[in-house]
Design a protein around this ligand. Structure first.
Ligand SMILES: Nc1ncnc2c1ncn2[C@@H]1O[C@H](COP(=O)(O)OP(=O)(O)OP(=O)(O)O)[C@@H](O)[C@H]1O
Length: 382
């Protein structure tokens, strides 16, 4: 655990960057520092590895005051990733990653073996080992930065706006990678960003800073979206927090219906009778492997030529699907809103249809979320 106890940082020019900060960052979890520019996030982060010394207060890692540690030794035991990766331009990718192990006295061979292993972990192709940083894309450079920070397997990782310099698509990919890595590694990560969406996506806990270096709120992302502590946090979190909060509720709790999902070869007359019996205006046609083909309108089935099948009439695309086992209510809602039939198609991990849910039925689930105090266990993320 990393603890901040009444930590204040006043720079020599009198700027109070951090004001009486008290926080406990749990071991093995990702805590995000988020807030507007100049609110003291970077200063707080850098006080953990003593790149900045507090004016007063105490920071401890697992109970030990960081001031009792030699700064150079402390820094080698804490991974550090910054914006634009901060790679050494004249060292190859492999040697950049091997930096800290070499400083720790590993043999060159062992350090390079470890670097190769980490390239794979962060998703870099082996042929990039001999390249120099300027020969890589921004996203690849960030991956090298993450690999370098992980090289000596430090228990703590500090990440200062690591993904801000890349475009939104690459950024989402890097966030996914970090979430995947963290599932395996369970490091104590402190992650600074000014992007609330990134904070909510990456963090197990989120600390919202406000101007003047004080803490506005410290909670789980889901609570932050459900109950901003004050107007500042509410405004910072953004107007669509209700919809974003749905990301923390699993789609697997939805009651899906399967009685309106029929094989494509079902005769139109039979399909029409089923639609009428169920009072459903839309039927979903599926192929022999139970994968979706498209929606058929009950009205068209009534008028279908004799001998035609549901598949002949399933001409309305099913849009995008949601994965019942792993996706959130937000993904299900999105699929329903974008569906021309107003119904979302839920599939399993093999893409087979589990069932469908109409916007109206989703409404019931949303109502339950609105009245719920906490999300169910095993909550999912965006
Ligand atoms: N070396 C310094 N000397 C004087 N003031 C500083 C110094 N470093 C930072 N500051 C000031 O301290 C305050 C907090 O800065 P800090 O970089 O910690 O904020 P931040 O929340 O990380 O901002 P950003 O999102 O813009 O990086 C700002 O007002 C900044 O100008």
């Amino acid at each position: 655990m990393i603890t901040f106890e009444g930590v204040t940082k006043r720079y020599p020019d009198g700027t109070v960057a951090v004001d009486e900060l008290s926080l406990e960052l749990p071991t093995g979890q990702t805590t995000v520092f988020v807030g507007p520019s100049g609110s003291g996030k970077t200063t707080s982060l850098r006080m953990i590895n003593r790149m900045v010394e507090p004016t007063s207060g105490r920071i401890a890692i697992d109970g030990q005051d960081v001031r009792d540690r030699d700064p150079a030794v402390l820094r080698r035991s804490i991974g550090y990733v910054i914006q634009q990766a901060g790679l050494f331009p004249h060292r190859t990718v492999l040697d950049n990653i091997a930096t800290v192990p070499l400083l720790l006295g590993w043999t060159r061979r062992r350090a390079r073996d470890r670097a190769r292993e980490l390239m794979e972990v962060v998703g870099l192709a082996p042929e990039q080992a001999k390249r120099y940083p300027h020969q890589l894309s921004g996203g690849q450079q960030q991956r090298v930065g993450v690999a370098r920070a992980l090289a000596a397997d430090p228990p703590v990782l500090l990440m200062d706006e690591p993904f801000s310099a890349v475009d939104p698509v690459v950024r989402t990919g890097l966030q996914d990678e970090l979430l995947r890595l963290q599932q395996e590694l369970r490091k104590t990560i402190v992650f600074v960003t000014h992007d609330i969406d990134e904070a909510v996506r990456i963090g197990d806990a989120v600390a919202v800073f406000r101007a003047g270096g004080t803490l506005a709120q410290f909670s789980t992302p889901e609570r932050l979206l459900a109950e901003p502590a004050d107007e500042f946090v509410e405004e910072f979190v953004g107007y669509d927090r209700g919809v974003r909060r749905l990301s923390f509720f699993p789609a697997s709790d939805l009651a899906l219906r399967g009685d309106t999902v029929l094989a494509a070869e079902t005769p139109s007359s039979e399909a029409s009778a089923i639609a009428r019996a169920q009072g459903e205006p839309w039927l979903l046609a599926v192929d022999a492997a139970h994968r979706p083909i498209g929606w058929a309108r009950a009205l068209d089935l009534d008028r279908a030529a004799p001998g035609s099948t549901l598949g002949d009439l399933a001409t309305v695309g099913y849009g995008h699907v949601f994965r019942v086992g792993t996706d959130s209510l937000r993904a299900a809602l999105d699929a329903a809103v974008l569906s021309p039939a107003g119904r979302a198609v839920g599939v399993d991990e093999d893409g087979k249809v589990v069932g469908v849910v109409a916007q109206a039925e989703l409404g019931d689930a949303l109502w339950a979320v609105g009245t719920d105090e906490t999300p169910p266990a095993g909550a999912v993320r965006p």
